[in-house]
Design a protein around this ligand. Structure first.
Ligand code: 5RP
Length: 234
């Protein structure tokens, strides 16, 4: 089964979160798009009264085109569930997210939900986080100053050769998130101390959001060659 088919299968499996009367967060990315499409079809088919909170303009546009009942996080600050993709997850249900640059809103919405369910293909399961560069959203003001402070913290934590890069868009200009901020991607290879590193990053002036989702996700629904696997955090 291709990665795309695995993503689609995981998205369809997560449809059980779409129930009458619920408010559900919609993630961002290709896997989340499959979920949005499948959720819209289910709501129509079963005539459900389900509200959705999109985590980005892209997801908003897709969901609106599909005629979904959309509300903002301000209108619905307590959600029943959020279903979103991830870039990596480990056996402790720690995620790296933000490959699509929506980490700030995704984290606000996911952490406001009773359940966060991540949906993914099998390539996202890792033993140790870090092969995927960790996105860190930072203030535009003082971006280089924030960058050297992060680098100093990384060296202090024992990372020998952190590769830091300010994300650029297709035009080669700095990528700016919907919250108006640049992203620094940090390639570490192996992250053994995610909680500690997250703490250091969150204490660095200028850091707005890290791509670590720790203690937020309770269920992983993963498409594999052998079918869909559902993992639940103990
Ligand atoms: C966007 C994200 C995405 O969920 C993550 O990048 C996974 O994307 P995809 O489903 O396309 O593989 O965090 O900010």
């Amino acid at each position: 089964m291709s990665a795309d088919a695995q993503k689609r299968a995981a998205a369809e499996f997560a449809l059980k979160m779409v129930i009458n009367g619920a408010t559900v967060g919609l993630g961002t990315g290709s896997t989340a798009n499959y979920f949005t499409e499948a959720a819209a079809a289910k709501v129509k088919r079963e005539k459900l009264d389900t509200k959705f909170v999109p985590t980005s303009q892209t997801t908003y546009a897709l969901a609106q085109k599909l005629g979904m009942n959309l509300v903002t996080i301000e209108q619905a600050p307590f959600l029943d569930a959020t279903v979103d993709g991830c870039d990596e997850f480990d056996s402790s249900f720690r995620l790296i997210k933000g490959g699509g640059g929506a980490l700030h809103r995704e984290k606000i919405v996911a952490s406001s939900s009773k359940f966060m369910i991540t949906i993914c293909d099998a390539s996202k399961q890792v033993e140790t986080l870090g092969a995927f560069p960790l996105p860190v959203e930072v203030s535009k003001y003082g971006v280089n100053a924030t960058s050297w402070k992060i680098e100093r913290a990384l060296v202090h934590l024992g990372y020998k050769d952190p590769k830091m890069s300010i994300r650029v868009n297709a035009q080669g200009k700095p990528f700016i998130t919907e919250s108006g901020n640049p992203i620094i991607d940090i390639k570490l290879g192996k992250i053994d101390d995610a909680e500690k590193l997250d703490g250091y990053l969150n204490n660095t002036p200028g850091v707005i959001e890290t791509g670590f989702f720790i203690g937020i996700c309770g269920v992983v629904i993963m498409g594999t060659d052998k079918g869909v696997v559902e993992l639940t955090r103990a």
